[in-house]
Design a protein around this ligand. Structure first.
Ligand code: SF4
Length: 212
């Protein structure tokens, strides 16, 4: 968390992508990708988020708002807003909470997250996030550890905590379940889906990673 001494939190970015439609949230969205992640996925698509030398820019919430507000009319007309990704956006929870306080109330916030962070990060933003795209990867502990270098238990605990927050939460969560070459199988994916359905997840995005 970058919030200290009463100064506004700042956050390092790797990119901003405007005018996304139906790819990562409702309506027209602007993707804001943060630098930094708790995981080290073997096939990370945004590997620059793991390289300290690859920070693109560092911004305050107000600076980001001033920039993304150029698409305010698109957001309002389509019910869209800002999608925070990365990297792991929940590592920037103080920043996102402050951004949400400043932004127009009609904008939606979508979080693209692996959920593998301390619970305090999630608690800080849960009241301002509308939708979650959760990259759970695979629920088998060995598969997850081999692919990400971390434990899946923390991500699953956070997912359970989110689902326990109300009946409507399941409608606001999409869980990504990739088939990962050399790491899991269709049987693993099916087992993950069954386990997550038993927890209350209803929406899944299943696909296959293409590796070069
Ligand atoms: S969680 Fe996403 S950003 Fe982080 S290492 Fe894995 S693929 Fe990369």
């Amino acid at each position: 968390m970058d919030d200290f001494n009463g100064l506004p939190p700042t956050a390092p970015l790797i990119g901003i992508v405007r005018h996304r439609l139906a790819t990562d949230g409702q309506g027209v969205t602007t993707l804001v990708a943060f630098h930094g992640c708790t995981l080290r996925c073997r096939y990370c698509l945004n590997a620059q988020c793991l390289d300290p030398a690859k920070v693109w820019r560092t911004v305050t919430p107000q600076e980001l708002l001033d920039e993304v507000a150029i698409d305010n009319l698109y957001f309002l007309a389509t019910g869209g807003g800002v999608t925070f990704g990365g990297g792991e956006p929940l590592l920037r929870s103080a920043f996102i909470a402050e951004f949400a306080r400043l932004m127009p109330r009609q904008w939606r916030i979508t979080m693209e997250t692996a959920l593998n962070v301390e619970r305090s990060h999630l608690e800080q933003v849960v009241d301002c996030v509308n939708d979650y795209i959760i990259d759970i990867k695979d629920t088998h502990p060995d598969v997850y550890r081999a692919y990400t270098t971390r434990e899946v238990a923390l991500a699953l605990d956070n997912l359970r905590w989110l689902l326990d927050r109300g009946a409507d939460m399941a409608h606001r969560i999409v869980v990504r379940l990739p088939l990962i070459p050399e790491h899991n199988t269709p049987d693993h994916v099916a087992a993950s889906r069954n386990r997550l359905q038993a927890m209350g997840v209803t929406q899944f995005d299943e696909f296959t990673y293409s590796i070069r």
